[in-house]
Ligand binder design. Structure first.
Ligand code: ZN
Length: 207
């Protein structure tokens, strides 16, 4: 089951934020970097209140993206480790503008967050997005196989969930190999067999 309540675009943005938190920034090409900056701008709202996109993109540099990345990773990791709280502290006097607005009187509110430093605008936006998307803390996971952080889109239950089909497949293969080995061992300890018969049986089992 997919996340029922959240709107798809919010979920997509959160997924991107989780990916960004683990990205190797050094490996990015110029085009990738621009896409990344635009993704971060999209986090800060709909941009309907004032068009500050150009300024945002101009001000945002790689060092700031690194800061955003580290703080995002800290947020997502603490959620994956069982925390139910994330916060974004700013310990300096700054100018900040928040807006809630709607295109039409019967449509729900959108937000816009503007700050001179893109790091602050993005950080506060993450908190807003977490609230608006209606996801729950348990959706933030760490893959038990490869350690990657990911956003779980299925309904959580007692099962282990993996970041990808690749990791799930690797674990399934390993478990089935282990299961087979254990059943061979169990058979060997149950039935006393002469070495020749044992060797023959082992052959048929590995065929
Ligand atoms: Zn994985």
């Amino acid at each position: 089951m997919r996340i029922a309540d959240g709107n798809t675009r919010d979920i997509e943005m959160l997924k991107n934020a989780v990916l960004l938190s683990q990205l190797n920034l050094d490996s990015l090409r110029e085009g990738d970097l621009l896409n990344l900056k635009e993704d971060l701008y999209d986090l800060t709202g709909s941009g309907r209140i004032s068009d500050h996109k150009e300024e945002f993109l101009r001000r945002l540099n790689v060092k700031q993206i690194g800061t955003i990345q580290a703080r995002f990773r800290h947020c997502f990791e603490s959620l994956a480790n069982g925390s139910k709280l994330v916060s974004w502290r700013i310990d300096a006097p700054i100018k900040l503008a928040f807006a809630a607005h709607s295109e039409k009187a019967n449509e729900h509110f959108e937000y816009d967050i503007m700050a001179p430093d893109p790091v602050h605008a993005v950080g506060i936006s993450l908190i807003f997005l977490l609230i608006r998307s209606r996801v729950t803390p348990e959706r933030f996971r760490k893959c038990p196989e490869c350690g990657s952080l990911f956003l779980l889109l299925r309904k959580p239950d007692k099962r282990n969930f993996y970041c990808s089909q690749k990791c799930a497949g690797r674990v399934a293969t390993r478990n089935s190999r282990r299961g087979r080995r254990e059943s061979i061992k169990a058979n060997e300890s149950l039935i006393p067999v002469r070495p020749l018969v044992q060797a023959k049986r082992a052959m048929t089992l590995t065929e």
